[in-house]
Ligand binder design. Structure first.
Ligand code: PLP
Length: 427
């Protein structure tokens, strides 16, 4: 039998860090990653046959659990007709109709192949449409690895201490202005100074790449107002929140309408998919109707569309998100009680199907509070949980994801593991 260790040994000389995406390497928590053999429902099994209750969900797509039969069967049916056509196909039209029905601000949209592509395309559109150069983003927010976004970024970039990456030209980084999340006065001051140069503002409406930090009341509304006042394009990056915090995403949950939105993860059902879209007058400026160029050989791929459509059908079920949030509440409330019992400074956030666990006092609303949490305690807790067959994201700066496949028994088992892991921490 192949072991995790053996695979990691083989992988390291071949791929940077032995992985194809940095956080998977476990650098920030120490130790070696496991290699997944198979996934079903709430579980992953590694190549050694060990089972994990999984709260990462392939970093988001598996909101209905791994290998859901509806999604798998939709893919199997699609595959029979061919893998890629390079011409339009019916599923793309159905996908656009479905997204627009669920997220009405998506008057027109374009499918792409990843969240990164979606955000890069959205800011090109914002720049092209306004004729301005500057982009505003938030410290600790992650929008993929486009040059403009690797400035004070979250997620893996933050985890590895390189929030601003070498290789991003200074000229490009200079065009990215950064703001502290949940600080409306700072945003007002920035717009007062630079408003006329700002093409667009991009934000995770619930920050999910600096752990999970919801927007304070009135914050998104305030940003909406500022963008409208200054003629800047408001972009909600809903790659993580989309179809997760509500069927209509964060914009539905908080009642704030952006000009453009970006999506990923859930809409691919596990296949590599992203989308961007929004106001018709903006989207019509994209080629071939307009002059702003963006394209993709595999965009709107029929197999990916089939997977995504099957997934969206599942998340459109009435009560899907309420049930997800109930499960999340059982998990985070249970964790809080255990932390209190063990005398550990701890707090949580929960928004729909995403949650945050902080080894520090709450409520956490600012980036500095996230980075001030006890990262060493998180690492020990992560490994304590992993040993007991529970897989949390291997970084203190990632949100956790609940799926509809997590049963009460899974959550009880998770809490039993947490009780032991926290007892070790407190000892
Ligand atoms: N935007 C957000 C909010 C994300 O969380 C991510 C990835 O985690 C991205 C964009 C980039 O998506 P991808 O990894 O598919 O390029």
């Amino acid at each position: 039998m192949t072991s995790n260790h053996e695979l990691f040994q083989r992988a390291q000389p071949l791929m940077p860090g032995g992985v194809n995406s940095p956080v998977r390497a476990f650098n920030s928590v120490g130790g070696e990653p496991f290699f997944t053999q198979r996934a079903e429902g709430a579980y992953l099994w590694d190549v050694e046959g060990k089972r994990y209750i999984d709260y990462v969900g392939s970093w988001g797509p598996m909101i209905a659990g791994h290998n859901h039969p509806n999604v798998r069967e939709a893919v199997e049916r699609a595959v029979r007709d061919g893998l890629s056509f390079g011409t339009p196909c019916a599923a793309e039209v159905t996908m656009a109709e479905t997204i627009r029905a669920m997220v009405p601000s998506m008057e027109m949209l374009r499918m792409v192949n990843s969240g990164t592509e979606a955000t890069m395309s959205a800011i090109r559109l914002a720049r092209g449409a306004t004729g301005r150069g500057k982009i505003v983003k938030f410290e600790g927010c992650y929008h993929g690895h486009g040059d403009s976004f690797l400035v004070k970024a979250g997620s893996g970039a933050l985890t590895f201490g390189v929030p601003t990456s070498p290789g991003v030209p200074k000229a490009s980084a200079d065009l990215t202005l950064t703001l502290p999340y949940n600080d409306l006065d700072a945003a007002k001051a920035l717009f007062a100074e630079h408003g006329a140069e700002i093409a667009g503002l991009i934000i995770e409406p619930v920050a999910g790449n600096m752990n999970c930090v919801p927007p304070e009341t009135g914050y998104l509304e305030g940003l909406r107002e500022l963008c409208t006042q200054h003629g800047a394009v408001l972009i909600f990056d809903e790659v993580m929140t989309g179809f997760r915090v509500a069927a209509g995403g964060a914009q539905a949950r908080y009642g704030v309408t952006p000009d453009l939105s970006t999506f990923g993860k859930v809409i691919g059902g596990g296949m590599p998919v992203g989308a961007y879209g929004g106001k018709r007058e903006l989207m019509q400026q994209i080629a071939p109707t307009g002059p702003i160029y963006q394209a993709g050989t595999l965009s709107g791929n029929p197999v990916a569309m089939a997977a995504g459509l099957a997934m969206l059908e599942l998340v459109r079920e009435p009560d899907f998100h309420r049930a997800l949030e109930d499960r999340g509440a059982m998990l985070v409330n249970g964790m809080q009680q255990l932390a209190d019992k063990h005398g550990i400074s701890f707090s949580t956030h929960l928004v729909g199907g995403m949650f945050g666990l902080f080894f520090g006092p709450g409520p956490v609303t600012r980036f500095e509070q996230v980075t001030a949490c006890d990262i060493e305690a998180f690492k020990r807790f992560f490994h304590g949980m992993l040993e007991r067959g529970v897989y949390l994201a291997p970084s203190a700066f990632e949100a956790g994801f609940m799926s509809s496949a997590h049963s009460h028994a899974d959550i009880e088992q998770t809490l039993a593991a947490a009780d032991e892991a926290m007892a070790e921490l407190a000892a």
